[in-house]
Design a protein around this ligand. Structure first.
Ligand code: FRU
Length: 634
C-alpha cells in the first residue's frame, strides 16, 4: 500500500479494479464498506471494515457472481426487528440488494443476499431474482430503506433516466409503488446508483429528504457526476422543492461518482462515500496494482441559500484522528502579482486556507500544490467568475484527452473571507468551502513534487491565514510495513526486522497486542546476520512523531525483560528472564487508563505507567539485533 500513486488516506483495494461503493451499513461499532470489485473481468462485492471511517481492514470478497450474473451495485440494511425472519443468531441480519447483470447479454434484475455474522459471510436468497427485469435496458442499483411513518421498506431502482419505487413489509416480497423523476433534473445520461435519505438543515432541528442520483454523462466538469433533489417524501411520492428543470450538482470536480450513504449510522449521521473517478477515462488510469479509489467519507448537511436549501458536505470529524504534525502555518500574507513559494510540505496533508477576497485586487488567487519538476496542481478562487476551482492541467500525467483541465464550482461569498479545506493525497485532491461546496479531482503527479506556493494573478492577493497539517497513512501491518527506523520486510518467518541500533515498525492502531518475537541468532555455526543479538520486542502506546511509548524489551544480553520509556529508553520495570536466540516468546500487552500491563509466555508479568505523550499504536522493536515477529491481528 505504498506505491508511488497509492492514496495514503483514501480507500483502495490492494489490487484489481474497483468502482462504486455498495451496501454501506453501520452495526455494532463497525462501518462496513462493500464495493464493486472486478476480479478477472467478473464483478463481485469487495468488503472492508473500519471502526473510525479512516483505517480500513480488507476482508475477503463478500458476494460472488452465480448463474444469474455478475454482482453490480446496490445497498444493504440492518434488519433490526427481523422483519424478514432471516435472523438466526443474536446479531441482527444484514440484507443486501444488488443487480444481477446476466453473463451473456447483461440483462439486469435485482437480487438479494443476507448475512448472519455481521457481513462476514453471505447466503444468496433462494427466490432470486427478487425483482425480474420488466423489459428495461437500464434497471439497476437498488437502494433499500425503512420509512418509519409508512411502517414499510422501500426499494428504489433506476429505470433508464428515472426511478421506480417498490414497497415491502418483510424485505422479501416487493410490490411496485410509483415512478418518479421522468421530468426532474438532468436527463443527459443514464441514471445510476440512487440514494434517498433525510439530511439535517443547518441552524434548525429540521431534516429534509434528499434524493441523490448519479448520471453517467453531462456533468459540469464533463462525463459522469452526481445530481440531487431536495423535497418531501411521504411513502406515496416525492415532491421536489424546486422547479422540475432545476439541476443541482453535489460535487464540481470531475471525479465524484456513484456515491451512497451509510444506513443505520449512529446519531442520525448521513455519511456519504463516492468513487473518485469518471467513466470517461476509468480504464485509462495508469495506477497499479490498484485501480480505482474512493473519496474521503463526508458528512452531508443542508443549508439555506438564496435559491433554497442546498446540499453541502464536510469531511467526517474522524479525519482528526489521522492528523500528524503541523507542517506549516502563517498569518496574513500578501502576494503581489505572481508566485510566492513557501517551501516543501510533501504529498499527504490538509491545508486550511483563508482568502481575504474583499482585500484582494487579484482576479484570481490561491495555491499551487504538489509543485516540482515544472508541475503543479492549482486550487484557487476566481473573482471574475465567482468560483472556486481545481486546475490539474499541469499536475502530471494526462492519460486521456478528457483528463487535463480546470473544474469550477460557483460560490456565493455573501460577506467575509473564503475558507477552504484542501485534502491532498498522493493521487487525489478534495476541496471543501465553508458552506460545503465540494470538488474532488484525481491527479497523477510524476516524481518528486513536495513544494507549494501562493499565487495571485491580475492584481494583489491577500491570504488571511494558512495551516498545513500532515495526514498519516491509514494502512498498517498486513498492507506493507510502516517502518519508522531499521530494515523491515515480510519473510517466511513473518515480519522480520533488523537494526544495528533501534528499529521500530508500526503494526496497528490498537491498545493491545498478542504476538511472538524471536531473536534470530547464529544457526549451525553460520551467522545469519552481522548484527549483535542484543534485544527485541514490541512497543505499546506508541506515538510515531515523538517516538514515544513503552518498549517491551526481551534483552538477551542482560537476561532480562524490561519495560523502557521511549524515546529516552529510561528503565520503568525489569525482571530476570533468560532470553535465548532462535526461540519464540509470546508477548501479551495492553494499555488502559495510562497503565501498561505485559505478560511474557503467559507467565511473567510487568506493569508500568505510560508516558503522558504516549499514543495508540503497537509496534515491533529491535535493538542491535535481527528478529522475527508473528502476531494475531485484532
Ligand atoms: C455505476 C455503475 C452502476 C453499475 C456498476 C457496475 O458506476 O455503472 O450503475 O451497477 O457501475 O460496476
Amino acid at each position: 500500500m505504498d506505491e508511488p500513486l497509492r492514496p495514503q488516506f483514501h480507500y483502495t483495494a490492494e489490487k484489481n479494479m474497483i468502482n462504486d461503493p455498495n451496501g454501506l451499513v453501520f452495526y455494532r461499532g463497525e462501518w462496513h464498506l462493500f464495493h464493486q470489485y472486478n476480479q478477472h473481468e467478473v464483478v463481485h462485492w469487495g468488503h472492508a471494515i473500519s471502526t473510525d471511517l479512516m483505517h480500513w481492514r480488507h476482508q475477503p470478497p463478500a458476494i460472488f457472481p452465480n448463474h444469474l450474473g455478475q454482482i453490480y451495485s446496490g445497498t444493504a440494511v440492518v434488519d433490526r426487528n427481523n422483519t424478514s425472519g432471516l435472523q438466526t443468531g443474536s446479531d441482527a441480519v444484514f440484507v443486501a440488494y444488488f443487480t444481477f447483470a446476466d453473463h451473456r447479454d447483461g440483462t439486469q434484475s435485482q437480487g438479494m443476499a443476507y448475512s448472519n455474522d455481521r457481513g462476514r459471510s453471505w447466503e444468496m436468497h433462494p427466490g432470486n431474482p427478487i425483482l425480474p427485469n420488466p423489459g428495461l435496458k437500464d434497471f439497476r442499483d437498488p437502494k433499500v430503506f425503512w420509512h418509519e411513518p409508512s411502517q414499510a421498506w422501500f426499494l428504489v431502482v433506476t429505470a433508464g433516466d428515472h426511478l421506480r419505487f417498490h414497497r415491502s413489509g418483510d424485505l422479501l416480497e416487493w410490490e411496485f409503488a410509483f415512478s418518479w423523476g421522468q421530468h426532474d433534473g438532468t436527463h443527459t445520461g443514464t441514471w445510476e446508483c440512487p440514494d434517498i435519505f433525510t439530511v439535517p438543515v443547518v441552524g434548525s432541528d429540521e431534516r429534509r429528504w434528499v434524493i441523490s442520483v448519479s448520471v453517467d454523462r453531462g456533468a459540469p466538469a464533463g462525463g459522469s457526476g452526481m445530481q440531487y433533489f431536495v423535497g418531501r417524501f411521504d411513502g406515496r411520492g416525492f415532491v421536489n422543492d424546486n422547479p422540475a428543470e432545476v439541476v443541482l450538482w453535489q460535487n464540481w470536480g470531475k471525479d465524484y461518482y456513484a456515491g451512497i450513504t451509510w444506513e443505520n449510522a449512529p446519531d442520525d449521521r448521513r455519511v456519504m462515500i463516492a468513487w473518485a473517478d469518471n467513466w470517461l477515462y476509468r480504464f485509462d488510469l495508469p495506477t497499479t496494482p490498484f485501480n480505482g479509489q474512493l473519496t474521503l467519507p463526508r458528512e452531508l448537511i443542508l443549508h439555506a441559500a438564496p435559491g433554497g436549501l442546498r446540499l453541502g458536505a464536510q469531511p467526517v470529524p474522524e479525519l482528526e484522528g489521522i492528523r500528524g504534525l503541523e507542517l506549516a502555518s502563517g498569518g496574513r500574507t500578501e502576494v503581489t502579482q505572481g508566485l510566492r513559494p513557501l517551501g516543501d510540505i510533501g504529498e499527504c496533508y490538509e491545508l486550511e486556507l483563508v482568502l481575504d477576497v474583499a482585500e484582494s485586487s487579484a482576479a484570481e488567487l490561491g495555491v499551487d500544490l504538489r509543485v516540482g519538476g515544472g508541475r503543479f496542481t492549482r486550487v484557487g478562487y476566481s473573482r471574475d467568475r465567482g468560483c472556486v476551482f481545481i486546475d490539474r492541467s499541469a499536475a502530471g500525467t494526462n492519460p486521456h484527452r478528457e483528463f487535463p483541465g480546470r473544474h469550477e464550482a460557483p460560490v456565493e461569498l455573501t460577506d467575509g473571507p473564503l475558507r477552504l479545506r484542501i485534502l491532498m493525497d498522493r493521487s487525489s485532491v478534495e476541496v471543501f468551502t465553508q458552506d460545503g461546496t465540494q470538488l474532488t479531482d484525481l491527479i497523477l503527479p510524476v516524481g518528486d513534487c513536495p513544494g507549494w506556493r501562493l499565487f495571485a494573478e491580475g492584481g494583489q492577493g491577500v491570504v488571511d491565514s494558512y495551516r498545513v497539517t500532515e495526514l498519516l497513512p491509514v494502512w498498517s501491518f498486513g498492507h506493507g510495513v510502516l517502518a519508522d527506523s531499521g530494515e523491515w520486510a515480510h519473510t517466511v518467518l513473518g515480519l522480520q526486522g533488523s537494526s544495528p541500533d533501534l528499529g521500530i515498525a508500526r503494526l496497528e492502531r490498537e491498545d493491545h497486542l498478542v504476538g511472538t518475537v524471536e531473536i534470530l541468532g547464529t544457526r549451525d555455526g553460520n551467522p545469519t546476520s552481522l548484527l549483535g543479538e542484543t534485544a527485541a520486542g514490541y512497543v505499546i502506546g506508541y506515538e510515531p512523531h515523538a517516538g514515544a511509548g513503552v518498549a517491551i524489551v526481551l534483552n538477551r544480553a542482560a537476561r532480562t525483560v524490561e519495560l523502557r520509556e521511549l524515546p529516552s529508553r529510561a528503565l520503568l520495570a525489569s525482571a530476570v528472564f533468560p532470553v535465548h536466540t532462535n526461540q519464540r516468546y509470546l508477548v501479551e500487552a495492553s494499555l488502559s487508563d495510562g497503565l501498561v500491563t505485559v505478560g511474557i509466555d503467559g507467565d511473567l508479568r510487568l506493569t508500568a505507567t505510560a508516558p503522558l505523550n504516549a499514543g495508540h499504536w503497537t509496534a515491533a522493536y529491535v535493538e542491535n539485533a535481527e528478529a522475527a515477529f508473528a502476531f494475531t491481528r485484532p
